[in-house]
Ligand binder design. Structure first.
Ligand SMILES: [Fe+2]
Length: 306
């Protein structure tokens, strides 16, 4: 690790979200996604009526695929610890005056969680705050193709995502006040004529960030989903597969300066991006910002074009 992160323990609020637990995605081309999920990402694809569930660990699913023309995220599940914490989230929603719906028992059963509430973030992303995922410990994870190691999930959750924002301040307040995530502007940089300030939000004990925004009103609700593997060789192996399959690469291999992630970004069959990485670090808890996003690499594919 290039530099040591200084941890400051803080008392987590009882409504505090611990991790990004699951995603539901709408995909127009199921066959393309089956190939991509299995042979490129290396996750386990299990057919279901109207879609599939993708396993990355002992959880019943981490990504639920629905045949749907949107080619976008349909819902994102953020986990709280248990029923009391979910009740604390509901109390918090009422205090903040944010509209929400409580799932029925059969809706929760469909999601394979014990209970959840639905709410939208300020840019309209459907969010589900849930507790109690179905965990199939009797059924070990089986990768879709050969892998050197496993996905890095566990208490860190599925991964992280950069989502659409319309009003940065409103997004910041939403994730801070409802989920007890902490964050700040960590990057200020330009891509061509456009200036960006990216804000990264983290939970105590979680990933460097579980959700980030600042990319603006992106074409899709999600800019990218990051999934992490335990072995750097799996990033390299996946990169080779992506190159062989001529899957468009948004950003080439590099290492991010904020979360130390050794990763690259590629297109998914739905047009949004997937960051495939390893060696992510913990949150800093003390703000810092960068004008260059990387130790090295992560060059845009267009940077190579003369
Ligand atoms: Fe990322």
């Amino acid at each position: 690790m290039a530099h040591v992160r200084r941890r400051r323990l803080m008392a987590r609020k009882d409504y505090g979200v611990t991790e990004l637990g699951y995603l539901g995605i709408g995909v127009s081309d199921l066959a393309a996604w089956r190939h991509y999920a299995t042979n490129v990402l290396g996750v386990d694809w299990i057919d279901e009526p109207g879609g599939a569930r993708l396993r990355m660990d002992y959880w019943h699913y981490r990504i639920r695929v629905h045949e749907d023309p949107s080619d976008d995220i349909l819902y994102a599940g953020f986990r709280v610890a248990g029923p009391e914490e979910l009740q604390a989230s509901i109390n918090r929603l009422e205090e903040l005056g944010i509209a929400f719906e409580r799932a029925t028992a059969s809706e929760a059963e469909q999601r394979c969680v014990l209970d959840y509430v639905r709410v939208k973030d300020p840019a309209g992303l459907p969010i589900e705050i849930f507790h109690g995922p179905l965990v199939d410990t009797h059924q070990p994870y089986r990768p879709g193709r050969g892998m050197h190691g496993k996905f890095r999930t566990g208490a860190l959750g599925l991964g992280h995502m950069i989502v659409r924002n319309i009003d940065v301040e409103a997004s910041y307040r939403f994730y801070r006040d409802l989920m007890d995530l902490r964050g700040n502007v960590e990057m200020r940089f330009g891509v061509g004529e456009r200036r960006f300030e990216l804000t990264f939000m983290a939970a105590e004990g979680g990933r460097d960030h579980m959700v980030a925004f600042g990319a603006g009103n992106t074409p899709k609700r999600i800019h990218h989903l990051m999934i992490e593997v335990e072995e750097q060789n799996d990033v390299g192996l996946t990169y080779d597969i992506v190159r062989k399959e001529k899957i468009p690469i948004l950003n080439d291999i590099g290492r991010h300066i904020d979360d130390n992630m050794f990763s690259f970004y590629m297109s998914t069959p739905s047009g949004w991006f997937c960051e495939y990485g390893a060696e992510g670090s913990s949150p800093t808890y003390q703000s810092e910002y960068h004008t260059v996003g990387d130790y090295w690499g992560h060059m845009f594919a267009t940077d190579f074009v003369e």
